[in-house]
Write a protein that binds this ligand. Structure first.
Ligand SMILES: Cc1cc2nc3c(=O)[nH]c(=O)nc-3n(C[C@H](O)[C@H](O)[C@H](O)COP(=O)(O)OP(=O)(O)OC[C@H]3O[C@@H](n4cnc5c(N)ncnc54)[C@H](O)[C@@H]3O)c2cc1C
Length: 382
């Protein structure tokens, strides 16, 4: 098979690279890419994204009627790869442009679209995603945060966990229960400065300040904060999650980390061991296979085909290649992961820890492959 980029895609990538080289501070990889969720990173997102918007590179994949350019799925993906080469300097706004905005296009009221889409499109607003709870991660329908209807709107009580960027967000795309029935879930758009909201950072390797607990105590929101109708949140959230078919291009970070580690081992004259070299070769092949499987999913999207098990297969191959990369680095170059000498290695190390859990756990992807590709039964036959 011969894979080559179309000329316009090559040009698009070159243009992006030139803009990133121009706009990112020279210390970007050393400082900001290591400080996800820090106030510095969030402040940078607020200046960098408006510049991307002005270049037509923040929402090129959005429809023209909402300020986008109807760009194809390949451009969208090239954008993602190039952003991740730098640890994604869009910071939290990758969520806005990839799924919060597009979900509002489908389910938002005219007033919600008017208020939020323009601000997302010009890069001037930060959102967080309030889905997961201590007892509701994979099993999201078990969530307990409750929105109770009053004469004036709703009162929200409960808590969320693992909320990325909650410390610097203007708005929360919040999932709550609106009745005891398991699937009676509703989505609210909640300003983060509403009285009754408290945010606490969860210390962690991903970087202090990135993930949080968020508590809601008698938080009042108007009826206009509800997205769609009460109880149809499951449909809204399923749509939002389906928009992130391929997720972070993890093979790309893995390849950057492998190249950095091999370069370092060579410079230190430690790359002679044939077993080490064979292991490195196998891992690079796996990372490249994950890249190809991911490209197959992008190709399906570019052809407007519905999502299928290939999405899960690509995600599993990414997760496994990244785990193997991490194991290789632990075995042959352990010090380089934590030394901060090489920004790609540090970035990779911090992100690898989220590899099999964030945005859809590894085991769940296997379940989906079992059902969608292998047609295995959901329950064990008696
Ligand atoms: C860095 C990071 C950032 C995050 N940011 C956000 C955010 O901004 N907003 C947000 O809402 N959430 C966020 N999350 C949470 C993330 O979505 C959840 O961690 C994820 O959905 C898994 O839920 P859980 O942690 O409760 O694990 P669980 O659902 O408790 O899973 C634990 C383990 O059990 C396995 N398991 C669970 N159910 C099954 C099953 N049916 N079959 C087989 N195995 C199963 C899982 O695969 C996993 O290995 C973030 C997580 C991370 C790591």
């Amino acid at each position: 098979m011969e894979l080559a980029w179309a000329q316009e895609h090559d040009q698009y990538r070159e243009r992006l690279r030139a803009i990133l080289a121009r706009e990112l501070p020279s210390n970007w990889m050393q400082d900001y890419a290591h400080g996800r969720g820090t106030q510095g990173e969030i402040a940078f997102s607020r200046t960098f994204c408006p510049k991307l918007a002005a270049e037509g590179l923040l929402i090129p994949h959005w429809p023209k009627e909402y300020g986008g350019q109807d760009g194809d799925a390949w451009e969208h993906f090239i954008l993602s790869e190039e952003m991740w080469t730098w640890g994604d300097p869009r910071g939290p706004q990758y969520m806005n442009v990839n799924w919060i905005g597009p979900t509002l296009m489908k389910f938002g009221s005219p007033a919600q679209k008017e208020e939020h889409l323009t601000r997302i499109a010009n890069g001037s607003v930060i959102w967080c995603q309030g889905f997961s709870e201590p007892q509701a991660g994979t099993d999201l329908a078990a969530l307990r945060t409750r929105a109770t209807r009053t004469n004036h709107g709703y009162v929200i009580n409960g808590s969320k966990i693992w909320t990325s960027y909650a410390n610097g967000s203007d708005w929360c795309f919040l999932l709550t229960r609106t009745s005891d029935e398991r699937r009676a879930i509703s989505v609210f758009l909640v300003p983060m400065d509403t009285p009754g909201i408290e945010v606490f950072a969860i210390p962690g390797l991903v970087e202090e300040g990135h993930i949080h607990e968020v508590f809601f105590k008698d938080v009042e929101v108007p009826f206009s904060a509800l997205v769609g109708e009460e109880g149809m949140g499951w449909e809204v959230v399923t749509h939002a999650l389906s928009l992130e078919r391929v997720g972070i291009p993890r093979y790309h970070l893995g390849r950057l980390a492998m190249d950095a580690a091999i370069g370092k081992l060579k410079r230190e004259d430690r790359y002679g061991d044939p077993l080490m070299r064979a292991a490195a070769g196998r891992i690079i092949a796996k990372l490249e296979a994950a890249r190809m499987l991911t490209y197959l999913v992008v190709d399906q999207r570019a052809k407007q085909q519905p999502a299928n098990a290939m999405t899960n297969i690509a995600r599993v191959s990414n997760a496994e290649a990244v785990t193997d990369t991490l194991n290789f680095l632990m075995e042959y170059a352990p010090g380089c992961l934590t030394s901060r000498d090489d920004p790609y290695l540090t970035l990779f190390y911090r992100y690898a820890i989220t590899n099999t859990i964030a945005s859809g756990a590894y085991e769940l992807q296997l379940n989906m492959i079992a059902q969608r590709a292998l047609n295995l039964p959901r329950e064990r036959r008696q």
